[in-house]
Design a protein around this ligand. Sequence first.
Ligand code: NDP
Ligand code: 2IT
Length: 445
Amino acid sequence: MNLEKIMTDLEKKHPGEAEYLQAVREVLESIQDVYNENPQFESAHIIERLVEPDRILTFKVCWTDDNGNVQVNQGYRVQFNNAIGPYKGGLRFHPSVNLSILKFLGFEQIFKNSLTTLPMGGAKGGSDFDPKGKSNAEVMRFCQAFMLELWKVIGPETDVPAGDIGVGGREIGFLYGMYKKLARENTGVLTGKGLNWGGSLIRPEATGFGAVYFAEEMLKTKNQSLKGKTVAISGFGNVAWGAATKATELGAKVVTISGPDGYIYDPDGISGEKIDYMLELRASNQDIVKPYSYEYPNAKFHQGKRPWEVKCDIAMPCATQNELDKKDAELLIKNGVFCVTEVANMPCTPEAMEVFLDSKILYGPSKAVNAGGVATSGLEMSQNAMKLSWPKEEVDQRLHHIMKSIHESCEKYGKGKDGYVNYVKGANVAGFLKVANAMLDQGIL
Ligand code: NDP
Ligand code: 2IT
C-alpha cells in the first residue's frame, strides 16, 4: 500500500475535508501491514473502494418556524458500505454538520459496526439544523420535513438510521412518525425508538454503559478495576450520562462534566440525583453546565476551560470530535492518567493519540469503546424483526458480552511483541478484515 499516494490523491479529490481525511489516514496507517501481507486485497482495490462512500444523498429541508418565517437547512445521508449488512448509523443535528464530518463518521461506522459481531454496514447522516432554543413544534416540523426526503432511501433491510448529537428520543419519535405515514409500514426502520413503540430497553444508556464495560476489560488486563478510581468526563449529553451512571455504579468517582461554556469540577463526585440533574440541564435547551455550580455549591465552574487539567485516573471524552489535543494529552499524562477511553467519536486529535500510545497507557479508540450504542441498536433491530422485546437484563447481558468480545478482538490484533496492546491498531485491523473479506466474497460492486 502506498499510503502517502492514496492520501494525496484523496486530498486532491476532496479538498478541505479535514475530519474525513483524518479518519481515513488513521485506519490506513493501522492496517498497512495486514493489507500488504494479503495481496488479494490490493488486486481487488479494496482500499480505493472502501474509502469512497457507496452514495451520498444531499437534500434541502424547508420548514416554517414559530414566527411564520421560512427556514432552509441542508440534509444528508452518507451510505458508506453495506458489505456485511444494511447501512446503519446515526443522524446528527448540529450547526457544525457538513459533508466532511458526516463522511468521517460514516467511514468510522463501517469498522465499528463490523466489530460489534452483528450484521450492519456503515452510514451516517444529519443536518446543520440547530435544535438549541427551538420549540417542540419547531423540532417536529423540521424532523417531518427532513423525513420527507430521507424516507426514499431508508428501510428496515436497506438503511436504518438512529440518534447522535442533537438527535435523541424526541427527534426519533417525530422522524419515525413521518416515516410510518409515508411508507405505510410499522417496522424497525429507526433505532432508539420509544420503549412503548418498538424501542429496546437499555438503548438510551447503551453507549455509556458499553464504554464502561470496555474500560473494565482494559483495566482487568492490569489487574485493576473501576473501584475507587477518579474519572474525568467531558460533555453532558446522552453519552456522558450513561458513562457517569455506570462508572459510579461500579465504584468510580466522576468529578467532571463539561459543556461549550466550560467545565464543572465536583470533588464530591457526580452521582445519584446529580446525574439526573445533568439530564435536566441538557433538556433545558440552554446548552450550558454553569448552573450545576449554583445547584451544588461544592462544585466549581471553570469558564471556557476543558476538564483535561484535573487530576484523574481515567479520562472519558464524551462530547465531540477533536476535543482533546496534544497539550491536553500531555497534561493528563503528567497528572497521572493511566486509562483513556474515547466515548465520543474521534475525540482525540492524531497528536494526542500519539502521546497516549507513546506513553503506553491503556488507550481505547472510539470505534471499539462506543460500539455498545450501535450494537444495542442492532439488538433493537433483532427484536423488531422477531416482533418481541427482551427484558432489560437480557439486553444488558448481550451488550456486556459484545463489549467483551470487542475487547478480545482488539487484543488479538493489537498486542505487540512487548505485550502492549495497541487498541487503535487492534480495532482497525479486526474491523477491516471482516469487511474486506466480505467485499472479496461478493465480487466487484
Ligand atoms: P448529545 O447531543 O446528547 O451531547 C453532546 C454534548 O457535547 C452536547 O452537550 C454538546 O453541546 C457538547 N459539546 C459539543 N462540543 C463540545 C465541546 N467542544 N466541549 C464540550 N461539550 C461539547 O450527543 P451524544 O451524547 O449523543 O453524543 C456525544 C458523542 O458521542 C458524539 O461524538 C457522538 O457522535 C458520540 N456517540 C453517540 C452515540 C449515541 O448513540 N448517541 C453512540 C456512539 C457515539 P453543543 O450541542 O452545544 O455542541
Ligand atoms: O456513532 C454512533 O455509533 C451512533 N451515533 C449510534 C448509531 C446507531 O445506529 O445506533
